[in-house]
Design a protein around this ligand. Sequence first.
Ligand code: NAD
Length: 536
Amino acid sequence: MKSVVIEQSELQEVVSYNPATGAEVGRVATTTADDVRAAVERSREVFHTWKKTSFAERRRFMMRAREVILTDIDGIAKLISAESGKPFGEAIAMEIAPVLDLMQHFARNTEKMLRPAKINIGLYILMGRSSKIVYHPLGTIGIIPAWNYPFSIPLGEAAMALMAGNTVVIKPSELTPLVGLKIGEIFAKAGFPEGAFQIVSGAGETGSALVDAAPDKIMFTGSVGTGKKIAMAAAKNLTSVVLELGGKDPMIVFEDANLELAAGAAVWGAFCNSGQSCSSVERLYVQESVAEKLTKLIVDKTRQLKQGSGDAEDVSVGAMSSERQLKIVEDHVNSFREAGAKIEIGGGRNADFSPRSSDSRTEARFPLFFEPTVISGATNEMRAMQEETFGPTLPIATFRTEEEAIRLANDSEFGLTASVWTRDYTRGRRVAEQIESGSVCINEVLYTHGIGQTPWGGFKNSGRGRTHGREGLMELVQPQHIHTNRFAFIPNAWWMPYSATAIETFRALATKFASGSIFKTAQLLPQLWKRIKELR
Ligand code: NAD
């Protein structure tokens, strides 16, 4: 870890640096494993009262938390920008605005979404039976997020969990510990009961302690490697996990697409947050006939981008968040070069920001600016077209046919998001449905994590389970089936003791009742009556 250091001698503090300057943003004490366990125990106790609050009460708390955010939008955005390096405006547009929308949505709609629902049980209703589903909160939800959207991801997941009646313990990323504390402060100011919402601080060890403390569910966002470790550790306690992991998201541009718009989308999709989004455009496949034109448009737009410290209003591309991540980008760009791809623009650390300070403990060479880099002539055989880069690079490859585009897009271990660009919406939908990823946009890129109303999650190694939307809410509750028998004056035909009549009845149940046909089931009535008489 490079732009953050844990004081290794005593594992006491996480130090947070501004990646655009190297200046220390602050220090946060590391929570010990014992204290993490205590936090989870406390959370469990509070759960027993929190789960009994009405949806109306929870809604009031959540709307107050929104108000707290609304009164300090700029202050929060500045902190996000200082810790992560992203432009201040991007923190508002891509973190604060979407999470405010998510909060109001779940504050207003969770009750309706979790309303007990009748289940269609087919012909069992003829036996006076009925079934309904009641949703119960799970208990304590442990949230372990990444650093790239340090505000919106943990806060959004926590808001959904709390609205569903759970309590929450968050272990923010060690790269953005102060944003984590800020989330805690917001919920405290909103008046949530103490213990309903807690923050524990630290790096991987603290995350690991949270998993070992056996919360009722883990919501994890991060790399595939850590996701596997967490899944294994959680399995010891049968803790279920939602894993939101990496991506290598393809953008397919057909020759009939609006190329000007596609170019703008590609630039934003690849370079916003310095390319450090799980749903960044990491591979662009363009139809051969328009490849040159689209590449030129993209390069021209990239040339206009100003890079710099996130607090300046006209900066579009900020610093990367860590030296470790920057080195992966350097390695991938070099590997593209060595494999024969062409660097159209960018290609290295931004020379305008020569290292001003370095931290001997972290080896970070601040400031951490990597130029927005466009690469043409990429192919899927190149290593950097397979591994997640998570940086400001946009490799461009070409295809000839629709089938080839789909094959190339699916040739990846990841499947988080993808996009298809065409004016032919029939083709857009046809292609979208053949792409192996959790979300596919037609003539749009990247931003659907911002629509809290829709499910978010990956196919293949991009994850397990969902956050957001109805599907994400269902991850935070357990369904209970309530079954009622209103014919409680006669025995069931399948009860003991068994007999020849019983066997004959069971055969009839299998052949007639289980057909689902009311007509066939009616033929079974004499046999059923015989059997019931036998039992009375
Ligand atoms: P990471 O896996 O290094 O760390 C993620 C979190 O896990 C951090 O809070 C870290 O402290 C914690 N952690 C590390 N080791 C742990 C352990 N053994 N037990 C418990 N917790 C542990 O990931 P990162 O570098 O912070 O984030 C980048 C990755 O996140 C990228 O792969 C990106 O694609 C992915 N990501 C995915 C989504 C999504 O929605 N699918 C969203 C954002 C980021």
